[in-house]
Structure formats: C-alpha cells, structure tokens
Design a protein around this ligand. Structure first.
Ligand code: NAD
Ligand code: DAU
Length: 350
C-alpha cells in the first residue's frame, strides 16, 4: 500500500488531485495536509471526505516540528507538494507570507523527507508542483522549455523559483528523489474567485464590472485543471527523479479575448441578449510588473509520458461556468468576509 502525502489538497488544484488519487487508487492511503488559509476549503472535498482511503490533517508546512512528527507518524512513500501562496496580486501587496510558505515550507518538507527516508529511497518520490511563471515573460514568440533559464519577476514567481532550485539542490546534493513540474494557468471548478476566470464569472453573475488589467493584451496558456491532475498522476508514477516536466494547454489567449468569449458564454447561460455581459468589461490600473506572455512547450511530457490536454477550451469554459452557476452557496460563502476587503483594496479604475 502506498501512503501519499498531498499538501495543499484543500485548494483549487490540490482538491482535484486529491479527488483523482482517492477515486483512482483505492488501495493508496491519501493524506491531505492543509493549513486552510483563505484559499483552502474543505467544501472542495465533500464528495470524497468519507472515503476510507482519505485522511485530512489541518497543519502548517511552516511548522518544522509538526512536519517532522507527521513524517514519523505516517512513513510516507511519496509526497505531492502543492501547498503554496498562489496569487500574484497578493504577493505584490504582501510578499513575506510567500517567502515563508513557498520557500521555508518547502524546505521543511524536503528536510523531513530526507531525514525519514534516509538513504533508503527505494521507489519513494518527492514531487514538487511548480509554475511556468518561474521562466519570466515571453515576447510575442517562443515557448518555455524545461531548459529555459529562470527569470522570475514577481514575489510569487521568485518564491516558487527559489523552492524549485532548493528541490533540485536536494536531489543533486542528497540524491533525494525529486521530480518537478511547471504548469501554465489552470481553470475549472473550485478555483478561488481572486483569479481571472472565476472572478469574471462571479462579477458577471452579479452584474458587476469585470476588471481587466491594462489593455487586456497579456497572454496566458490555459489548461483545464483535470488535465493537470492527469499529468500529475503520470509524473508521480512514471516521471524520472531529477527531471522536470513542463505542462501546458497549447492554448494561448489574450485576456481581453478570453473575457469576451466568457461574456458570450455567460450571455447564453443566463439567457441575456448577446453583448450584455461584455458591457461590464472595465479596464483598470495594470498589475505592477505584469508579465506579458506565458506559453509552454509540453512536448517532453507528451513524448515521454504520453500525456496531452483532452478538453477543448470552449467546452472546458462552459463546464466551468455551469459549475459556478450551480454552486451558488460555495461561491457566496467564499466571497463573504475577507474577500470583500481584498477586492475593495485591489482594484483601481484607470
Ligand atoms: P490555491 O491557492 O488554490 O491553494 C493553495 C492551498 O495551499 C490552499 O488550500 C491553502 O490552504 C494551502 N496552504 C497555503 N499555505 C499553507 C501552509 N503554510 N501550510 C499548509 N497549507 C497551506 O493554489 P492552486 O492554484 O491550487 O495552486 C496549487 C499549486 O500549484 C501551487 O504550488 C501553485 O504554485 C501551483 N500552480 C498553480 C497554477 C494555477 O494556475 N493555479 C498553475 C501552475 C502551478
Ligand atoms: O501561469 C501559472 C500561474 O497562473 C500560477 O502559477 C498562479 O498561481 C496562478 O494564479 C496564475 O497566475 P496569473 O497571474 O497568470 O493568473 P490570474 O488569474 O491572476 O491572472 C490571469 C491574467 O489575467 C493575468 O494576465 C492578469 C489578468 N487579470 C487578473 C485578474 C485577477 C486581470 O486582467 N484582471 C484581474 O482581475
């Protein structure tokens, strides 16, 4: 039996990964460790919370002695590390939390794995989940490859880059079996509505302005979150220690074009006259240091592990919209309280 620690499993991607592993591998014991910050929500896992192969533990990866005790108690066979502070705008407003969780928290986990796995690494694997933002910003052409030099440009991406370097250093120096993946922008159900797509869906639903930074010309490469979970499954089981895999949707959109498509879908779903939602688009003050373009070359994982994105973008967006429209309580619970303060401080009209 495999005992797998998944950190950050109550967040957006983590909850999809936990669900995927709990359902697909009934013989594994999946331990979800999450601090339940504003971004972590046990509602994301209601459908699997009573499964016998699933355990939730509330805890902080920054707490070194707690992490050591956890590793001692469970003798994990593998780690999938997703816990992080993940929102670029919050890292601009308050970088320090990103340094603690994304760097120190990752080192605490690497140290615990090293200590308890000792030199008997066997088939163990420490899988560190990262982002394409570590590569910096592309111009109009080109793609991020696994060999692209790091050039992080926000406190968030710098903290993730730092944790990637440390994970690689632990592999190189201590032979810890570490594998890393760097993925492009995810979208889908259970994403916290501070991120562009759920924020826009929520605002359109409430007939509020849709804040688009700058002129909306920045480009992101969007991937349906379940396709990411599938890639994580393949890398966890078949990826080679010491290797990095880039994961992306091969699906580049300028923000303004994406928002227009979303508005078109929302008009249909809400039974509104075409063009109604698009009238809510409002250009606001740009994000500081806003990276122009991300685009992933995912040929390595495609060739070596046989992965490819499965969901066509419009279909994935429609599924996502349907989910948000039929999970009003989830959305309302999450957008009360702290979210309102965050929102009021974040957006300044141009
Ligand atoms: P998220 O913000 O939705 O979830 C993060 C989770 O980590 C939350 O459940 C939170 O409670 C938990 N957490 C935060 N600090 C913690 C701590 N100190 N101890 C324990 N748990 C803590 O993030 P997400 O979008 O699901 O991203 C998950 C991972 O994937 C991150 O490492 C992120 O860098 C990476 N990633 C995200 C994307 C994306 O598009 N969202 C793309 C590529 C990579
Ligand atoms: O590329 C992977 C990264 O994708 C992950 O590592 C991050 O955790 C994740 O948050 C995401 O980062 P982005 O900054 O690209 O995502 P976000 O949804 O915040 O923004 C997407 C684009 O939309 C970006 O160009 C900024 C813009 N935007 C965002 C918000 C929240 C707006 O124009 N208006 C907004 O209100």
């Amino acid at each position: 039996m495999q005992k797998v620690l998944i950190t950050g499993g109550a967040g957006f991607i983590g909850s999809h990964v936990v669900r995927w592993f709990v359902n697909k591998y009934p013989k594994y014991q999946i331990i979800n460790l999450d601090k339940l910050t504003y971004a972590g929500n046990l509602e994301n896992l209601r459908d699997i919370e009573n499964k016998s192969n699933y355990t939730f533990i509330k805890g902080d990866i920054n707490d070194e002695s707690f992490i050591l005790k956890l590793f001692e108690q469970y003798s994990f066979d593998g780690v999938i590390h997703l816990a992080a502070e993940s929102h670029v705008d919050r890292s601009i407003a308050n970088p320090t939390e990103f340094i603690y969780t994304n760097i120190i928290g990752t080192v605490n986990l690497l140290n615990a794995a090293r200590y308890f796995w000792k030199d008997n690494f066997g088939n163990k694997i420490f899988y560190h989940i990262s982002t394409d933002e570590v590569y910096g910003s592309l111009g109009k052409t080109g793609y991020f490859k696994e060999t692209t030099s790091y050039d992080p440009r926000s406190p968030y991406s710098a903290s993730k880059a730092s944790s990637d370097h440390l994970a690689r250093a632990y592999h190189h120096t201590f032979i810890l079996p570490v594998v890393i993946s760097n993925c492009s922008n995810n979208y889908g159900s259970y994403q916290f509505p501070e991120k562009l797509i759920p924020l826009a869906i929520n605002n359109i639903k409430n007939q509020k302005e849709i804040p688009v930074y700058g002129k909306g010309e920045n480009v992101r490469d969007w991937l349906f979150v379940e396709d990411h979970a599938h890639a994580i499954d393949l890398i966890f089981h078949k990826g080679k220690a010491g290797e990095t895999y880039n994961i992306g949707g091969n699906n580049e959109w300028r923000n303004i074009d994406l928002i227009n498509l979303l508005c078109e879908i929302m008009d249909i779903k809400l039974g509104k006259t075409p063009g109604t939602s698009a009238r809510l688009i409002t250009f606001v003050k740009d994000r500081a240091g806003h990276d122009l373009r991300y685009a992933i070359d995912s040929s390595k994982i495609q060739k070596e592990l046989g992965w490819k994105p499965s969901i066509q973008f419009r279909k994935g967006l429609e599924k996502t919209v349907d989910w948000y429209l039929s999970n009003e309580d989830w959305l309302n619970n999450i957008t009360s309280g702290e979210y309102q303060n965050y929102y009021d401080n974040q957006y300044v009209k141009r």
